[in-house]
Design a protein around this ligand. Structure first.
Ligand code: SF4
Length: 249
C-alpha cells in the first residue's frame, strides 16, 4: 500500500525527534558540569533579565490552579481562561463548592478537563479542611494535595513564596537538560536531582524560567536555532544539531 503524505510527514518528524533527543546527551564530569552551568546561567540571565512564570495570578491559590491547568496546555490559553474562572470562584471556599460538571465546562479548553476539575475541587476542599483555606508553603505539604507533583509545587514555591526547595522540571527543562548534557535521565524527579547537584542554590528560583525562556525562543523542540544561540559554545549538542539542520551528516 502506498504510504499517504500525512503518514510520511508523521514518520519523518518522528525520526527527527528521535535524532534530536539522542543528540549530544553526554555529560562531562561533575566539576565540568558545575563550571559550565554557572557560565550558562550567567549568560541566560543577561539574555532573559526578568525570569518569571508567564502565568497570570494574584494569590498562591490562583497560581496553584493556573499551574495545574497549564499541564499539557499553553500558558497563553490558561491566561485566557483564568480571569473568568477566578471571577466565578473568587475564593478557595468557592472553588471547593464548585460542581464537577460545571467546572469541567469552565476549563474545557485547557484539555484533560475532567481530571483537572477533579483535582482542583479536591485540593480546594483539602485546603479548606486542613489549612484554613491557605496554600501551604512547603514541598512536603504541597505534594500531598490532589494533582500536585514536584513540578507544580516547585513553581508555586518559587514564584508565590520565593522559596527554593527544588527545581521545576517541565518539558522545556527536560529537553534542554538533555541537549546541554546536564542529565541523562528521562524521569523528571531524577533530572531534578541531577540539576540540584550542579545548579548553585541561589539560582534554583530562576533556573526553570531561564530554561523555559530559552526553550521557547531559541532551543525549540522541533528545530533549535543553534547558530543564533548565546550558549552554543557551552552546548555539547551544537555541532551535531548544526549538521542535522544544514543537511550534512
Ligand atoms: S546550541 Fe543552543 S539551541 Fe542548539 S541545542 Fe544547544 S542550547 Fe539548544
Amino acid at each position: 500500500m502506498v504510504q499517504g503524505k500525512k503518514e510520511r510527514v508523521k514518520e519523518k518528524s518522528k525520526q527527527a525527534r528521535k535524532r534530536l533527543s539522542s543528540a549530544g546527551a553526554v555529560p562531562g564530569d561533575l566539576e565540568e558540569r558545575k563550571k559550565r552551568i554557572k557560565e550558562i546561567i550567567k549568560i541566560l540571565r543577561k539574555e532573559y533579565p526578568q525570569p518569571k512564570t508567564a502565568l497570570n495570578y494574584r494569590t498562591p491559590f490562583e497560581l496553584l490552579v493556573a499551574t495545574i491547568l497549564a499541564a499539557q496546555c499553553t500558558d497563553e490559553r490558561v491566561n485566557k481562561v483564568t480571569p473568568g474562572l477566578f471571577q466565578k470562584y473568587p475564593t478557595v471556599e468557592a472553588m471547593a463548592r464548585a460542581r464537577q460538571e460545571e467546572l469541567e465546562n469552565d476549563i474545557r479548553s485547557t484539555g484533560f478537563f475532567r481530571n483537572k476539575a477533579r483535582n482542583i475541587i479536591g485540593l480546594a476542599n483539602k485546603l479548606v479542611s486542613e489549612y484554613g483555606g491557605k496554600v501551604p508553603d512547603t514541598m512536603e505539604e504541597l505534594v500531598k494535595l490532589p494533582g500536585v507533583a514536584r513540578k507544580t509545587a516547585n513553581i508555586v514555591l518559587s514564584s508565590a513564596f520565593r522559596k527554593a526547595e527544588g527545581i521545576a522540571v517541565d518539558t522545556h527543562v527536560r529537553r534542554l537538560s538533555e541537549r546541554l548534557g546536564l542529565s541523562r535521565q528521562s524521569d523528571p524527579d531524577k533530572i531534578e536531582r541531577d540539576l540540584m547537584e550542579i545548579v548553585p542554590r541561589e539560582d534554583w528560583l530562576d533556573f526553570n524560567f531561564l530554561l523555559v525562556d530559552h526553550g521557547r525562543k531559541v532551543c525549540q523542540a522541533r528545530k533549535p536555532l543553534c547558530p543564533q544561540c548565546v550558549i552554543k559554545h557551552l552546548c555539547p549538542s551544537f555541532e551535531k544539531f548544526s549538521r542535522l539542520f544544514s543537511g550534512r551528516k
